[in-house]
Design a protein around this ligand. Structure first.
Ligand SMILES: [Zn+2]
Length: 162
């Protein structure tokens, strides 16, 4: 009996990685992590995080893709363990499925995408992050579903990481 109950619970919480969160983004893409694979960390989102990821894809990533072409997500949802492993902020929005890091091939491209999101889309926080050592840059963008929250905050800036 116990085993059966446990099995049912697993079935219910199992996520469908091929689920389309928006026309061009699947759940698999939003939870993929090379670091998690290397460390053997299961990066399984909560149902709440999936709802948040869907909102992020529909309101930010999909419109960005429509205007700019291919968008590659390097980090979306992070479980507690994964967030710790990558040295993420303690209350990172990645933990709730509200944030994604986007690969940028050049600073010029990063600036164009940054400007497009800042001027045209609803978001919570938008950071153009740049690492000093190698000049590598990426965009961190987040979206929060509560309307009140969005009205209170639309934070966009450049950040330089060590
Ligand atoms: Zn980030």
């Amino acid at each position: 009996m116990k085993n059966k109950e446990m099995k049912n619970e697993r079935e219910q919480t199992r996520v469908n990685l091929e689920e389309q969160l928006s026309p061009h983004f699947t759940l698999r893409e939003m939870i993929a992590s090379g670091k998690a694979i290397r460390l053997g960390i299961e990066n399984v989102p909560t149902p709440e995080a999936v709802v948040n990821l869907r909102a992020l894809c529909q309101n930010v990533l999909e419109p960005l893709r429509r205007h700019m072409g291919c968008v590659r997500v390097t980090s979306g949802y992070r479980s507690d363990i994964l967030n710790g492993a990558v040295g993420g902020a303690k209350h990172s929005q990645h933990l709730r499925g509200e944030a994604a890091d986007l690969h940028c091939s050049s600073l010029d491209q990063a600036r164009r995408w940054y400007g497009f999101i800042r001027d045209n889309l609803e978001f919570d926080q938008l950071l153009l992050e740049r690492r000093l050592g190698n000049g590598c840059c990426w965009l961190h963008v987040s979206y929060v579903r509560q309307p009140g929250h969005r009205q209170n905050r639309k934070d966009s800036r450049f950040v330089t990481a060590k």
